[in-house]
Design a protein around this ligand. Structure first.
Ligand SMILES: [Zn+2]
Ligand SMILES: [Zn+2]
Length: 359
């Protein structure tokens, strides 16, 4: 896989250090040398080209600088100097190249090695093996299904939540590594034998969301259903107060909400959503729940409202878009003894689990 790193930053200067094994450095067709653990290598943008500082020597005017490891199990640490970004360690090979007045850094890494970093970045530590297998399968399926997503950017998938969080290499958590290796090649196929749309979010709030409410399109095999596994977990409920004036002005200015009509005005502050709906109050007002969530940075679009003084109290359930697999529900299922395939089939009832094959 080719994974874009630090893709939310315009990289101008990066430091590479603390390699756990020597790395060959090649700039265009020039061999620069072998970097060891105690070498600090700087790669930076200068005059529209890439320069490198290695053991006191500066070499300039390159288009591409590559780091090739002599042992793929080993890692190197990258730190953003301009802009300043905290150090991150990754395994595999690396390539700096030019991109829009900045540098692009791509990590060339085996799929399962990448997944070990993703599974830990996306679901943290302290979970059951069967849960990590679930996350490994959905993340593997996602990576293979969407590997063309960033081709224009010079890599396949980015390191952000936009694709899947990949914040570091595997941290040596043996249960995560085993979950990835024990499920190697395994992916989720939909009823048409295509890689399934393996969406997931942190907590569905007790009912998964119809994809049409989020993206305006239905997705085969993904519907809304009740999930009781996540309702007593830590992100199951939330609350936020919003000044009444802000609430009114958004709904009136954006959706021409009929505020002068006394019946509508009454409704505006009292909304109960026992089941997920696409629109606030009534579809006739045309106010998508999804838009309110985005506007007020709410944790989910599954909420009730009421008025208290000059504030609208928004009381919600769940965290994230709610489509597909619910991570906290799946974690609970794993703690209750369900196997990874039972968990996957609960959230994606029409899929099958099989080894990945290139078509
Ligand atoms: Zn992305
Ligand atoms: Zn849930």
């Amino acid at each position: 896989m080719r994974i874009g790193l630090f893709t939310d930053s315009q990289l101008k200067k990066v430091k590479a250090a603390h390699s756990t094994a020597p790395y060959h450095i090649i700039a265009d067709s020039t061999y620069i040398g072998l970097a060891n653990a105690n070498d600090i290598v700087e790669v930076f943008l200068e005059g529209g080209k890439i320069s490198i500082l290695f053991r006191g020597n500066k070499l300039s005017k390159f288009k591409k600088i590559s780091f090739y490891t002599i042992n793929k199990e080993e890692s190197i640490e990258f730190t953003g100097v301009i802009p300043s970004i905290k150090s991150r360690q990754y395994e595999g090979d690396f390539e700096f190249s030019l991109a829009n007045n900045a540098m692009r850094l791509v990590n060339m890494v085996e799929l399962d090695t990448y997944l070990e970093g993703v599974v830990e970045s996306e679901s943290g530590t302290g979970q059951k093996l069967e849960y990590y297998k679930v996350q490994a399968l959905i993340s593997r399926t996602y990576a293979l299904k969407f590997r063309n997503k960033h081709l224009e950017d010079g890599y396949e998938i980015c390191d952000r939540v936009h694709c899947q969080a990949y914040l570091h290499k595997r941290m040596g958590n043996s249960i995560i590594d085993s979950a990835v290796r024990q499920t190697t090649l395994k992916v989720i196929y939909d009823q048409n034998n295509e890689l399934a749309p393996s969406y997931f979010s942190a907590n569905c709030g007790g009912q998964t969301c119809n994809p049409a409410h989020v993206w305006n399109e239905t997705i085969d095999g993904l519907t809304s259903f009740k999930d009781t596994f996540c309702i007593y977990t830590k992100q199951a409920t939330w609350k936020k107060s919003i000044p009444e004036a802000e609430w009114i002005s958004y709904l009136v200015n954006t959706y021409n909400f009929p505020i002068d009509d006394s019946l509508s005005r009454q409704l505006l502050f009292h909304f109960v959503q026992p089941e997920r709906t696409a629109f606030y109050l009534h579809p006739g007002y045309g106010i998508p729940m999804r838009d309110i969530r985005e506007k007020f940075h709410l944790k989910s679009s599954f909420f009730n409202t009421r008025k208290e003084g000059d504030f609208i109290i928004v009381e919600g359930r769940g965290y994230g878009h709610g489509v597909g697999l619910c991570q906290e529900g799946a974690m609970k299922m794993a703690r209750n003894g369900y196997s990874y395939d039972q968990i996957i089939r609960f959230y994606f009832p029409s899929v099958k689990i099989d080894d990945f094959t290139y078509k």
